[in-house]
Design a protein around this ligand. Sequence first.
Ligand code: AMP
Length: 423
Amino acid sequence: MSPIAPPRGTRDLLPAEAPAWRWFLETHAAVAGRHGYQLIDTPVFEATELFARGVGSGTDIVDKEMYTFVDRGGRSMTLRPEGTAPVLRAVLGAHLEQQRRPVRVYYAMAMFRYDRPQAGRQREFHQVGVEVIGERDPCYDAEVIEVAWRFMAELRIDGVELQLNSLGDSDDRLRYRAALVAYYTPLRESLCEDCQRRLDVNPLRLLDCKKDAKYNENAPLIGDHLSEASREYFDSVARHLDDAGIPYTRNQRLVRGLDYYAHTAFEFWHRSLQGAQNALGGGGRYDGLADELGFAATPGVGYALGIERLLTVAADQGVAPAPQPPAQLVICTTGGASAAEGRRLARELRNRTSVVADLTDRRLEKKLRDADRLGALLALLVGLDEGLVLRNLRTGVQQVVSADTVLDAVSAELLQAAQGPTA
Ligand code: AMP
């Protein structure tokens, strides 16, 4: 029998990667928290309808990538492919927007999309994101961009490029859609199969196609179809970003081709990520989404960033924390009554650092070798004739300590190790 493999397109988080993962989530929570955002979480699966309506037909996610199943009660369920629709459902379902406006929330959640796995693309992946729900003002569009920007700066990730566009309002998009149809219809036979379908269902998505990129070069631009009010909205977002010192590139080909998106659309790109997978994340304004989900019309804006992709960049740039040993100190007992004493010392020392206790009957040399393999800095030998012996496993230097001085001696060793290598 062959051992069971993980499902294709999934990854395990192994302990060596845990410090980077925790650093990432804690930094995001801290940055979002400092901007007034509170944690929200939603179910891993939802009624399929939430995403069918909340992401929309004509998108790859809904048309090709959803993990949909019928549960034992005969209901169609889908594993969460994105966070905005479920978060909006949760906030409006709990009437949070009636208590205060806007509602600011952040999340860190697993997402599921049935896609061909490749570098930077998994079937289960993770995103952090924020949503500002209940107000429509350019300052909030700029605010969410600023939270993402400050977050990536705090991770010390270099070289992030902000791509910014306006999708206007629904009237603007109707005009733009007509211009796109007029431009692409004579080209129909030359377009790829997907794009021929997009031309009928969702012409804005034509601009996304990598295969037909050569036709997109001369396609009409949304900027030429924006009303005065939409132009002003975009300019105002841009002014807020200028004030915040956040540079951006206007990218008129950046589209989210759904009716309930409005005005701001943005992506964060990184030059080290190749091809179609160069986006670290993105977001935008979705003023028509609440209505689409059956709630009273409520504006909102937010972003989602891919954790795995950002961690890849962080690792490449050497800014992610290194793997950590499971414990800094190993208590090695030597038989007899030393196990009880070892246990007591372990409890006490855990107020200061991470401690494992080796209470087995094995020989001391074996225990020390294992403590070294564990990557611990210190071993405390308990039950020897000379008393408690604290050994620095990196330098090999030992000192005899007493029950009263052991905590201070351990603290001093940890401090010295933190300050630099002891040659
Ligand atoms: P989206 O919700 O499609 O705008 O995706 C936002 C971000 O999530 C992307 O820029 C990626 O960083 C990440 N992401 C999206 N899909 C995947 C995937 N299949 N595998 C890994 N990361 C993904």
